[in-house]
Write a protein that binds this ligand. Structure first.
Ligand code: SAH
Length: 476
């Protein structure tokens, strides 16, 4: 999923076009070249730096200038195709819309939408779009399309710009470049149950699973457990989770976590999933559980902390399928990264604290900044999850800058990396010493409050703690 679109404007004429686009894309922000453009939401001075920064932080970019300038400016950062957000060049008079990058993140959908706003035709060049029709209708032999008569309209709708959501696992569609969207109007349903296809839906029935279901005892109630593995070390996993992993018939999760969970028996089915598609994964879990199976959804740490539990409960809330509501749903907690890191180094979270994700993939960056500033002002200790990644290189430096406004240079910082896994490291430093280079996605950052202090331990490391009291130390 990409963040809100950024419209980059270089001329007064471009500004008029930008305003027309924004009227229909209200979550977009208009960034204007300071010397040429008036009335933008934000100003910039250097086009190249600005476009690279937004691209790398995952924002869809709509550049109101020549395709050549756009591509040349991004050339140095085009390495990672998988993560690229949509990038489009739009003629400043609104006459042409050219999707350039982001074939897998919906650039053509966005191009069609903008072209519709500007009453022009998008310059779609992706031949894969023309191919998905054949690919869609040719699943592997164990799947059967239930309603081939609806396929023609379905594909015409796709070509006309409708988006689609996939429920269940459709491996043959992975390369299909479908315009996927979790809230898509159209639906591709892959199921082992017998369902009547609805309007705007293609239903593929999984034949082998259907046989298994008839053989399983009738009225068995399905179960879905959303479990936290803890940070990695099996000793940090609660026994209820261990039992749940034993009883599971289906295990769903991101590959790294599935491997972390240990070995599974041949009679257990493991479904490795992509980390980004949370809602789709949650729907898949309910579909399996609704057939009477015992399903486990795996997260690292605690499943309720920046992980799958919320997506699962939200999916149930949004569903009016009685068989999903009948599933026995349980969330089993785990030791979250912040607690594991704090415990390794003493008790930095011993007084009031807050937990923040620095990722602006699912929330606007302004909110992240505001929360850091307010938490710092309130003198809370803090734990930062998702602190930095390749597409988000500038956010952590900005967070550090804000912290330094409110906290002394000698404030203790704990950097816990790969806690509970091989290659675990724990470092106690000060806010003055903290640099982004010491941090990666496998690190949790703990930030002390004004009362957090540290002292040497005999093994060469340091203990860090925040006292239980605040203000004056109580007697005794
Ligand atoms: N549900 C997880 C968090 C998932 S968000 C939990 O409760 O721990 C992913 C972020 O968690 C990472 O970017 C990192 O900041 C942190 N994290 C997860 N496991 C970690 C570990 N073993 N050591 C250090 N940080 C970890």
């Amino acid at each position: 999923m990409t963040s809100s679109p950024v419209i980059l404007v270089l001329s007064a004429l471009g500004m008029e076009t930008a305003l027309r686009i924004k009227a229909d894309l209200p979550d977009a922000t208009i960034h204007g070249l300071e010397t040429r453009v008036e009335g933008a939401d934000v100003n910039f001075n250097n086009f190249g730096e600005t476009i690279r920064q937004h691209y790398q932080s995952g924002h869809a970019v709509i550049a109101l200038c020549a395709a050549g300038i756009t591509i040349r400016s991004l050339a140095s950062v085009l390495g990672n195709k998988g993560a690229e957000p949509p990038v489009l060049a739009v003629a400043d008079d609104g006459s042409a819309v050219v999707p350039l990058l982001g074939g897998t993140t919906g650039v053509n959908v966005l191009a069609r939408r903008i072209a519709a706003i500007l009453e022009t035709v998008p310059a779609i060049t992706t031949s894969g779009e023309l191919r998905f029709g054949t690919c869609l209708l040719n699943p592997p032999p164990e799947f059967q399309l239930q309603n081939p008569e609806d396929a023609k309209t379905f594909i015409a709708d796709l070509l006309a710009g409708k988006t689609v959501r996939i429920e269940g696992e459709a491996p043959w569609l992975e390369e299909a470049r479908l315009p996927l969207d979790d809230n898509g109007e159209l639906r591709i349903l892959v199921t082992s149950s017998n369902v009547t296809p609805q309007k705007g839906e293609l239903v593929f029935q999984l034949k082998t699973a259907a046989i298994e279901i008839t053989a399983s005892p009738k009225h068995k109630r399905g179960r879905l457990a959303v479990v936290g593995l803890g940070p990695g070390d099996p000793d940090f996993m609660i026994p209820a989770v261990k039992r749940e992993l034993q009883r599971a018939e289906d295990i769903l999760g991101y590959e790294t976590y599935v491997r972390m969970a240990g070995h599974f028996r041949p009679d257990q089915t493991v479904h490795m999933t992509d980390n980004r598609e949370e809602m789709r994964r949650a729907r898949h879990a309910f579909e399996l559980a609704a057939t009477g199976r015992s399903v486990v959804m795996i997260s690292s740490g605690d499943p309720g902390v920046f992980a799958m539990a919320a997506a699962v409960v939200e999916t149930l809330h949004e569903s009016d399928n009685p068989s999903w509501h009948a599933v026995e749903l349980e969330i089993l907690p785990g030791v979250s990264a912040a607690f594991a890191a704090a415990s390794r180094s003493g008790a930095l979270l011993g007084h009031d604290f807050c937990v923040l994700s620095l990722s602006d993939n699912l929330k606007p960056w302004d909110i992240v900044e505001k929360r850091i500033a307010l938490a710092a002002e309130a003198d809370l200790a803090m734990a930062f999850y998702n602190p930095i990644s390749k597409p988000r290189p500038w956010q952590l430096p900005r967070a550090i800058e804000i912290l330094r406004k409110y906290r002394n240079a000698d404030t203790p910082i704990v950097l816990g990396r790969n806690i509970g896994r091989t290659a675990e490291t724990i470092r106690v430093i000060t806010l003055a010493e903290l640099t982004p280079e010491q941090v990666d996605m496998r690190t949790v950052i703990l930030v002390g409050s004004s009362l957090t202090r540290s002292f040497d331990r005999t093994d060469g490391g340091k203990w860090v703690y925040t006292p239980r009291w605040y203000g004056t130390k109580p007697e005794g």
